[in-house]
Design a protein around this ligand. Structure first.
Ligand code: F6P
Length: 330
């Protein structure tokens, strides 16, 4: 057997996202193909602090691709958030001979990675979050599956809402990002979407539009409310009281985070996982992997953090034209 080129560790951190397993599998198999030993760290950054990691083989990542969640488990580590925690993690990586750490997670996990890099660990990030809220990349692992799951749920809600001639307020995840709501708004033909990037808190106009829709003959209406706006139960009550239309709130919640990843999530996760190893193999340091103009690419972690994510204005306009008939938006 030829000599190992070095040790790479991989972990998943923050909220899980369907496709994370596909990314881990790609890291392990590409790592092995390029001559590295790949260690799987359990429970996010906590796993480094607690030295919970094992050498992974090709067989260890068999039968994982098609499953949601993360077989390495995930966590949000309070200890790692402290400066002392990061110093300790860097010390442990050094002791164990881990030269590079691949972090699969969202922006909170990347902040941790960026700070860890200051203590000499080479970090490479793969965006894994259903929220699609990371500025430097067009795509994050899990978004497609989450949107498809929410879309199916909302289709079902529309049927019952239609039968009862009700109004439905549906809350989808996304933290402070409105992308899941925007995409469901288009995919489900929602009558209105409420997203943090655009909503101006004018509930009166929103309610007025619901009344106008009803007067124009619309028997049922679906209002998609982003988690970043929240208060869906209160909003449903407010709508019902103001319009006299029976209204129900549904919060889809964590159901959006599970399930077998879609082809898009499996493919993007596999490509980014492989690319993360290749970036390390090319001797690059402290990079984030993402998609730009439809192609996988890498960017310096500090540069990536200077970027700001906005909502896609054209897609937002499409959602309004095709379904959202109100004019209360900013
Ligand atoms: O970041 C993914 C996400 O699902 C967000 O959409 C949501 O705000 C958050 O995580 C929920 O976190 P938890 O699983 O800790 O409740």
């Amino acid at each position: 057997m030829s000599e190992s080129k070095g040790k790479i560790a991989v972990l998943t951190s923050g909220g899980d996202a369907p496709g994370m397993n596909a990314a881990i599998r790609a890291v392990v198999r590409t790592g092995m193909a390029r001559g590295y030993e790949v260690y799987g760290v359990r429970r996010g950054y906590n796993g480094i602090l607690n030295r919970e990691m094992d050498l992974l083989t090709s067989r260890d990542v068999s039968e994982k691709l098609q499953h949601g969640g993360t077989f390495l488990f995930t966590a949000r580590s309070a200890e790692f958030r402290e400066e002392e925690g990061k110093k300790k993690a860097a010390r442990i990586c050094k002791e164990l001979g881990i030269e590079s750490l691949i972090v699969i997670g969202g922006d909170g996990s990347f902040t941790g990675a960026k700070n860890l890099s200051k203590y000499g660990v080479n970090v490479v990030g793969i965006p894994g979050t259903i929220d699609l809220d990371i500025a430097y990349t067009e795509y994050t692992i899990g978004f497609d599956t989450a949107v498809n799951t929410a879309m199916e749920a909302i289709d079902r809600l529309r049927e019952t809402s239609n039968s009862h001639e009700r109004c439905s307020v549906v809350e989808v995840m996304g933290r402070s990002s409105g992308y899941i709501a925007l995409w469901c708004g288009i995919a489900n033909g929602a009558e209105q979407i409420i997203i943090p990037e655009k909503f101006d808190n004018n509930y009166e106009r929103l309610i007025e539009q619901i009344k106008l829709n009803r007067e124009s003959g619309m028997t049922h209406q679906v209002i998609i409310n982003a988690e970043g706006i929240g208060h869906s139960y209160g909003l449903a009550k407010q709508i019902e009281e103001a319009t006299g239309i029976e209204t129900r709130a549904t919060i889809i919640g964590h159901l959006q985070r599970g399930g077998s990843p879609t082809a898009r999530d499996r493919v993007c996760a596999s490509v980014m996982g492989a690319y993360a190893v290749d970036v390390i193999d090319q001797g690059k340091r402290n990079r984030l992997i993402g998609y730009k103009n439809g192609h996988v690419y890498d960017i310096d972690i500090e540069e990536a953090f200077k970027m700001e994510k906005g909502i896609n204005e054209y897609e937002y306009d499409v959602a309004k034209v095709l379904g959202t008939k109100c004019s209360y938006h900013k």
